[in-house]
Design a protein around this ligand. Structure first.
Ligand SMILES: C[S@@+](CC[C@H](N)C(=O)[O-])C[C@H]1O[C@@H](n2cnc3c(N)ncnc32)[C@H](O)[C@@H]1O
Length: 290
C-alpha cells in the first residue's frame, strides 16, 4: 500500500488499498432467533426453509453492508431474498429471461448472493466503487459471481449486450452528476429488451419522508436542508445535498419524476415507477427498446 493515506485512486473509488481483514457473521441459518420474523417469512415465502438451507455462506457484519438493518441479520438476508423474487416477477411481467444479471453498486452482495446461491445457472456480475465490498464478495461469496471495482467515472468494463437485467439499488440516490452517462453504459451492456431496475429518491420521496426514515438522519445535518416542515415541492430536475470533499459518494439526490420521463425516457422505455417499493425508495423500471 502507498505511504500516503489518500491516493489518486481514492478520488475515483473508495478504499482502493484497503486490506481485506474482515470479521464475518455465521450463515443466515444461525440467525433465526426472531421467531416472529421467521413465522412471517415462512408465510410470505413458499421456499423460505429451502432457501435458508441452501445459503451456507457467511453474512457481512453490519459495517460491511452499509449498516443495512443494524443487528437484524435475518432481516438483512430477507431483504435481498425478497429482491430476487420481485426482480424475477418483473422480468416475467416484461417477458425477459434472466440469463445474466449485473448489480451496479452491489456492496457486499445483499442481492447478488441470492442469485448466486438460489439461481446458480445465471451469469452474475457486480461492481462497486468501494473496493472493500468487492474484496468481501470475492472472499466469501460463491465463485459464480464476477465482481469488480468500478470508479466514479461512468464507464464499465463489460461487453455490449452482456446481461438481461441491471439493478442499482440505492446508487442513483447518490449520483448527482453523469446520471445519463451511467445510463448510457447500462443501456450498452443490456441485451435488447433487457431491464434496468434503478431505485431513486423522487420528488414524491422528497415530500413523503419523515424523521423515521433512514434518509432523514443524514439530511437533517445538511446546512441546505430546510427542515421537514418547510419542504416545498421540487422546482428543479434534481435536488442535491452534497457534502463537499474530494471523495465520491457524498451526496443525497432527489430526481423529479418528470425528468425521469423526459430525459431517461429518451434512452429507455420508462415502464413503471413503483412508489416506495419495497419500502422507502421508488423503483424505476426501464426497458431497452428491442
Ligand atoms: C446505499 S449503498 C447500497 C448497496 C447495495 N446496492 C444494497 O442495496 O445493499 C450504495 C452503494 O453504492 C456504492 N456506490 C456509490 N456510488 C457508486 C458509483 N458511482 N459506482 C458504483 N458504486 C457506487 C457505494 O459504495 C455503496 O456500496
Amino acid at each position: 500500500m502507498p505511504n500516503d493515506d489518500f491516493t489518486w485512486e481514492d478520488m475515483i473509488a473508495i478504499n482502493s488499498f484497503a486490506d481485506d481483514e474482515f470479521e464475518v457473521l455465521a450463515p443466515v441459518g444461525e440467525h433465526l432467533e426472531n421467531q416472529n420474523l421467521v413465522r412471517h417469512a415462512r408465510n410470505k415465502f413458499a421456499d423460505f426453509d429451502l432457501a435458508i438451507q441452501a445459503d451456507n455462506y457467511p453474512l457481512p457484519c453490519t459495517k460491511d453492508r452499509e449498516s443495512y438493518y443494524g443487528d437484524r441479520h435475518l432481516a438483512y438476508w430477507l431483504s435481498g431474498y425478497e429482491s430476487l423474487l420481485f426482480l424475477e416477477d418483473a422480468a416475467k411481467q416484461y417477458g425477459v429471461e434472466l440469463g445474466g444479471v449485473y448489480d451496479f453498486g452491489c456492496a457486499s452482495g445483499r442481492v447478488l448472493r441470492h442469485f448466486a446461491v438460489q439461481r446458480p445457472e445465471t451469469k452474475i456480475f457486480g461492481s462497486d466503487i468501494n473496493k472493500r465490498h468487492i474484496d468481501w464478495v470475492n472472499k466469501y461469496l460463491p465463485s459464480n459471481i464476477v465482481a469488480f471495482c468500478n470508479t466514479s467515472i461512468p464507464t464499465l468494463p463489460m461487453k455490449d449486450e452482456a446481461v438481461d437485467l441491471v439493478t442499482a439499488f440505492s446508487v442513483f440516490t447518490h449520483i448527482e452528476a453523469f446520471d445519463m452517462t451511467w445510463l448510457m453504459e447500462i443501456h450498452r451492456i443490456l441485451r435488447p429488451g433487457g431491464l434496468a431496475w434503478v431505485t431513486v429518491h423522487s420528488d414524491q420521496t422528497w415530500l413523503d419522508f419523515n424523521e423515521n426514515w433512514p434518509l432523514h438522519k443524514g439530511l437533517c445535518n445538511h446546512p441546505k436542508f430546510p427542515g421537514l416542515d418547510k419542504r416545498q415541492p421540487m422546482s428543479t430536475d434534481k435536488l442535491i445535498f452534497r457534502w463537499h470533499n474530494n471523495r465520491s459518494y457524498t451526496s443525497n439526490v432527489f430526481y423529479r419524476t418528470e425528468y425521469i420521463h423526459n430525459v431517461w425516457g429518451r434512452l429507455f422505455d420508462v415502464r413503471e415507477i413503483r412508489r416506495r417499493y419495497p419500502i422507502y425508495q421508488d423503483a424505476v423500471i426501464l426497458q431497452k427498446r428491442a
